[in-house]
Design a protein around this ligand. Structure first.
Ligand SMILES: C[S@@+](CC[C@H](N)C(=O)[O-])C[C@H]1O[C@@H](n2cnc3c(N)ncnc32)[C@H](O)[C@@H]1O
Length: 271
C-alpha cells in the first residue's frame, strides 16, 4: 500500500497525467453557500461521483459524469468501490456532508486504502475539507465553542457504548464545551438520555445547550435550552447538540436583538 499525497505550492496534490485518483470532498452541512470554491472545482473535474444518495443528490449533475449513489450503511463497500474505479483510471469524487474528515468518508477511504492490494492500494487519495455542522450550528447562536471544546459522536453503530460513555465522562469532567454528533436516530432512542445522565453528574442543570437541527436547509430549527430543559424527543439524526462548559453564558433574547445568544468566553477571571 502506498499513500501518495504530494502537495504543490497551491496546496493541490501533484497528479500524474491519466492516472486515476480518489478525492474525498466535504460539501458542508447543507446548501450551496457552504460549498467551497476548491470543492466546486474538484466536483467539476471528477469523472465519477460516489456517495450516500442524499449527498450525491446535492451535487448538480454534469453531462458525462457517472454517479454511484448508495445507502448510508455501506461506507466500507463504497470506499472500496471508489478505489477500484480509480485503479481503473477514473478521477473519483467521494462526497461527504460537512467535513469529510469528521465522522465521515475520509477515514473509510483511507482504511480501505490501507487494506487494499494491487492497483487499488496505489491509488492517490486526497481530502478536500468542508465546513462542519458544529461550526455552522455554533455560528447560528454566537460562539458557544469559543474556548476549548471536545467533539464526540454518540453513535454506537461503529463503536461500543461503553467507550462513548467513558469518553463523555472524561470530556464532561474536563469542563469543556461539547459538540455532540449523531445524538439519536430512529433506531437509537435511549442513548441520548443516558448521555445526558452522564453529563448531569458533572454539569449544572442550567448549563446552556444548543439544539441545532438541519442547519442550512429549509427545515432548520435552532433553539437554546439547558441541560435540565432538553427534550430528548425532539432530537433526531439531523440534529447536532452543543453543551456548554461551566463558563458558557446565555445572553437572553431581551438583551440581544430578539434572539438568545450563547458564548463561551476565551479568558478566565484572573488570567
Ligand atoms: C455522520 S455525521 C457527519 C458529520 C459531517 N461530516 C460534518 O462534518 O458535519 C452526521 C451528523 O452530523 C450532524 N449534522 C450533519 N449535518 C447537519 C446539519 N445540517 N444540521 C445539524 N446537524 C448536522 C448530525 O449530528 C448528524 O447526525
Amino acid at each position: 500500500m502506498s499513500l501518495v499525497l504530494v502537495p504543490t505550492a497551491h496546496g493541490r496534490a501533484a497528479r500524474s497525467e491519466g492516472a486515476g485518483s480518489v478525492t474525498v470532498i466535504g460539501l458542508g452541512p447543507a446548501g450551496a453557500q457552504w460549498l467551497t470554491p476548491e470543492a466546486q472545482a474538484e466536483l467539476a473535474g471528477a469523472d465519477v461521483l460516489v456517495g450516500y444518495e442524499t449527498y450525491v443528490d446535492r451535487v448538480a449533475s454534469r453531462h458525462g459524469q457517472q454517479r454511484f449513489a448508495t445507502d448510508n450503511r455501506v461506507e466500507a463497500d463504497r470506499a472500496r468501490h471508489a478505489l477500484d474505479l480509480a485503479a481503473g483510471g477514473s478521477r473519483v469524487a467521494v462526497v461527504s456532508s460537512g467535513d469529510p474528515g469528521i465522522f465521515a468518508m475520509a477515514s473509510a477511504v483511507l482504511e480501505a486504502l490501507d487494506d487494499a492490494d494491487g492497483a487499488a492500494g496505489d491509488v492517490e487519495v486526497r481530502v478536500v475539507p468542508g465546513l462542519s455542522a458544529m461550526q455552522v450550528a455554533a455560528s447560528r447562536v454566537g460562539a458557544p465553542l469559543g474556548h476549548d471544546f471536545a467533539v464526540l459522536s454518540l453513535s454506537d453503530i461503529l463503536k461500543p457504548w461503553a467507550i462513548i460513555e467513558r469518553r463523555l465522562e472524561a470530556a464532561a469532567g474536563a469542563d469543556m464545551a461539547l459538540a455532540l454528533y449523531n445524538p439519536a436516530s430512529k433506531g437509537r432512542r435511549d442513548q441520548l438520555a443516558q448521555a445526558i445522565g452522564v453529563l448531569r453528574r458533572h454539569r449544572a442543570p442550567q448549563t446552556p445547550v444548543v439544539v441545532a437541527r438541519a442547519v442550512g436547509s429549509d427545515a432548520e430549527a435552532v433553539t437554546v435550552t439547558t441541560l435540565c430543559g432538553l427534550d430528548v424527543d425532539v432530537v433526531d439524526m439531523r440534529t447536532l447538540l452543543i453543551v456548554g462548559s461551566s463558563t458558557t453564558r446565555i445572553i437572553s433574547a431581551n438583551g440581544a436583538g430578539g434572539r438568545d445568544r450563547v458564548y463561551t468566553p476565551r479568558s478566565y477571571p484572573g488570567s
